[in-house]
Design a protein around this ligand. Structure first.
Ligand code: FAD
Ligand code: DLZ
Ligand code: SF4
Length: 510
């Protein structure tokens, strides 16, 4: 009796459910590098290097565990180019009698898996992904009967379930959330901390050559690749974050600084999302630091909320609402994506900084994604599918289960409020307050109109004007609409005209 245990590129966890009960004498682990996954969107070159190198290192670690691994490389001349094609070949090669997989992170791949029983003519066992802190069923039960799904209430349930930062039924310190303390600006003399990066080993260098040869024309700086690719690397990255960054994580969570790409952020989402770290161990490491008095409560709670709250919540929303979720366009946004998203060439310094960092690192921190590239896309009315594809391409940690709710729901409000009660729209004043970008920008965040005015300023009001009918009745938008109502008609016309001229002046990507 031989079973194929099929492991995908974001399932690199030794305790993966599809490996449970494996029979090393008869079963074969299958891992495949396939063109279809590398090109269904044109992933950042560093994302391709990261996945292929991490897959190759993980296969080695399974062999060291005594398992038989059949690993198909991208440059294998017989490579069929797709998961289904490679499974068909492997079933024949190993005369397999069944296939065992862990459910995937994307709807697209689940649809493929559901066809495999028929295509392969074999039993296909799809097991739950047990690496998350809430099951899909648990989330669906929590969501049942609710009109709105607010992260904060889900998060409180999860705190109660895990007992993390709880004193009996009460939250540690008396509050569920310490965000008020987490909006500090960086000190003037702040010098960025050197962050743990990893020199490519021989296996990674081989993958770098492969990616350069096959995907060299994709977005991203290949030679800057310094991400870890093994479980041991990921452990080093986590320890570095907990020891050196977590204590300041809360205070400066929303800060942005020119030429400081990482600040005190974790840089752990790439490892979490492919399974080299687990959500439980990451949270337990933060709780242990808090327990030893090495990290304050505002930082620990803020960090736990990102993982136990936001990360689990967006996954819950994704599986609850797909496949229809991606099709809505509540603000009827139709503009194409400006070309500067791919080149970083724009006089808007905040956008240049965020996009350039993304090109060099396949990373930008949360506030850059939400309040700079995201805010611009929202205010400019970019078509949701176009900006969603951009986010899925450019970030090392991007998989649809986590990218889509963040972009479609949180940034673009294309779901009409399923995820966020109001759009996160902001003018230049927010970016000026939270960063040092504006000082050396071509534009001035204090000017509201004219050639030097920060485009975020007139785009913000233009967004409110364009979406008046859709948003005016939202109670959380009452304040800006009251201000708009007091604005003279002539001033409103000027805003629309400046926004129209500015948007027409951009080059758009076809
Ligand atoms: P930290 O700031 O150190 O946060 C710690 C951890 O919390 C992260 O590693 C991540 O696992 C989790 N987390 C924090 N916020 C979120 C969130 N909103 N959703 C899910 N997890 C969260 N995250 C991804 O993992 N993949 C994506 O494709 C992705 N796309 C995003 C797109 C947009 C428009 C926005 C606004 C956010 C997106 N995020 C995404 C969430 C967040 O920006 C990243 O998780 C974070 O920047 C990763 O860097 P870090 O590990 O340094 O995070
Ligand atoms: C992202 C990605 C890429 C680029 N390549 C592969 C691959 O060749 N083989 C593989 O097993 N997985 C790859 N992945 C990750 C998959 O796209 C991911 O498992 C699915 O999107 C489900 O989340
Ligand atoms: Fe960005 Fe406006 Fe500040 Fe320039 S002035 S950095 S465009 S917010």
């Amino acid at each position: 009796m031989s079973a194929i245990r099929f492991i995908l590129g974001d399932q690199l966890t030794q305790s993966l459910s599809s490996l449970d009960g494996i029979d090393p004498a008869h079963d074969v682990v299958l891992m495949v590098e396939v063109a279809e996954e590398a090109t269904y969107v044109r992933h950042h070159t560093q994302k391709l290097i990261f996945i292929f190198s991490a897959m190759r290192h993980f296969a080695e670690s399974l062999r060291e565990r005594g398992l038989t691994v059949d690993y198909v490389r991208l440059d294998d001349p017989d490579n069929a180019g797709s998961f289904t094609g490679e499974l068909l070949r492997a079933v024949e090669r190993h005369r397999a009698e069944s296939v065992v997989v862990t459910e995937p992170g994307e709807w697209r791949v689940l649809e493929m898996m559901l066809d495999w029983r028929e295509t392969l003519g074999l039993p296909v066992f799809i097991r739950e992904d047990t690496r998350f802190l809430a099951t899909r069923d648990e989330f669906a039960r929590w969501a049942e009967g609710r009109k709105t799904y607010r992260m904060e209430f889900f998060y409180r349930e999860m705190r109660r379930k895990t007992g993390w930062l709880m004193q009996g039924d009460e939250p540690e310190g008396g509050a569920w959330n310490y965000d008020q303390e987490n909006r500090k600006g960086l000190p003037k003399d702040f010098v960025p901390l050197p962050r743990e990066r990893f020199e490519p080993d021989e296996m990674t260098r081989e993958v770098i050559d492969l990616v350069r040869q096959r995907f060299g024309n994709h977005f991203g700086e290949i030679d800057a690749f310094r991400w870890g690719v093994t479980r041991a690397d990921a452990e080093v990255a986590l320890a570095h974050f907990i020891d050196d960054c977590l204590p300041s994580f809360g205070d400066y969570q929303d800060a942005m600084k020119a030429d400081a790409d990482f600040l005190f952020h974790g840089l752990i989402s790439p490892y979490l999302n492919i399974g080299l770290l687990t959500a439980t161990e990451v949270c337990e490491a933060a709780l242990a630091a808090y327990g030893r008095g090495l990290a304050p409560l505002n930082a620990t709670e803020g960090f736990i909320r990102q993982i136990l709250g936001w990360r689990e919540y967006v996954r819950g929303i994704y599986w609850l609402k797909m496949p229809d979720y991606s099709r809505s366009n509540a603000l009827a946004a139709r503009r194409k994506l400006p070309e500067f998203y791919w080149t970083g060439e724009t006089e808007m310094r905040c956008l240049h900084q965020a996009i350039d960092a993304t090109r060099r690192n396949a990373y930008a921190h949360h506030i850059q994604r939400l309040m700079v590239t995201g805010n611009f896309a929202l205010l400019a009315g970019i078509e949701p599918a176009a900006i969603e594809e951009w986010y899925l391409v450019v970030y090392l940690d991007a998989y649809e289960w986590v990218e889509l709710p963040n972009v479609h729901g949180m940034v673009m409000w294309a779901d009409g409020g399923v995820l966020a009660s109001k759009p996160y729209a902001a003018s230049g004043a927010y970016i000026d307050r939270m960063s040092d970008y504006c000082g050396k920008c071509h534009f001035d965040p204090k000017q509201k109109s004219g050639p030097k005015a920060c485009p975020f300023n007139y785009l913000y009001w233009n967004f409110l004007i364009e979406n008046r009918e859709r948003l005016e009745t939202n109670p959380r938008m009452a304040m800006p609409y009251r201000t708009l109502a007091k604005m003279e008609e002539k001033r409103q016309q000027q805003i629309v005209s400046e926004a129209t001229v500015f948007l027409a002046s951009l080059t758009y990507y076809d």
